[in-house]
Write a protein that binds this ligand. Sequence first.
Ligand code: MEV
Length: 324
Amino acid sequence: MLNPRNVTASAPGKTILFGEHAVVYGKPAIAAAVDKRAYVSIQEREDKKTHVTINNIGISGFLNIEQGTIELDNGENNEGILKYVLIALMKTGSKDGLEITINLDIPVGAGLGSSAAVTVATVKAASSFKYVKLTRDEIAKLAYQVELIVQGSASPIDTILSTYGGIVYLSRDAEKIIKLDIDSEIPLVIGYTSKRGNTGKLVESVRLKTESNPQVMIPLFNSMEALTNGAREALTSGDHKMIGEFMNINHGLLDAIGVNTDELSKMVYIARKKGALGSKLTGAGGGGSMIAYCPGKFKEVIESINEFENAFKLKISTDGVRLE
Ligand code: MEV
């Protein structure tokens, strides 16, 4: 028998360096693709059923692309990331009869964009499996639509980073995406907690605060805009001190809008104590992850965070989505 055809695509996760939450109010943000990827492999199944296995998190089940349904193998009803896979298959016009295997080296629920990475890699693998070549723009748009359908609301940051890779400045409403020409060896550490934040709920809580106190909240978003623009310059010119300072200010503002937690604070302040020039929570908050800017101090920062949570040195992925 001939070897069955196997198409594998992968896409990186992301971390937000500056401007999260403010982007929801039309402000810019800077984000980086992380060198941890989701791998999606597709093969044909002869029985015309579609089955997905997500290794690492032990979820598997049958999808019915035609009917838009999911049945987990363990009979439970925690579909999680399988929903993104299903909608991505529907959006790419895929037909039932697929065996899909997903390998994740991105920690799930840590705010590192694992669902967007799976979505983007699924769009790429599924379209390539049908011999359709999509441009990166088309992949990013389709993947964003998938996130909107599954989550109800989303900013395009995660899907853009998983598609294009690198370090990206997103202008107002992500209308303009500018890849920043920065050394991908940027000295960053990511720390993450096992407690996950709920992005939808956090964005909603910030919206309610903004509605009831616009005169207090809007200036905070304006400050985030100013510091994101300042950080763009500092990153480009390699001004370590200012990069760190902008991170610290950004963290204070994120605390002010109510998305910080004890666990994140503890990591943020330990990192500074161990020599980081700056540190902040990253992403939606309420759990999830933090980043620390620590030229020459990786070891100390990683070791001290690892004593109570998890930390690793961030490597930026200059590659976005790709076929393996
Ligand atoms: C979450 O990763 C980032 C937020 O700004 C929400 C979003 O942009 O979708 C909090």
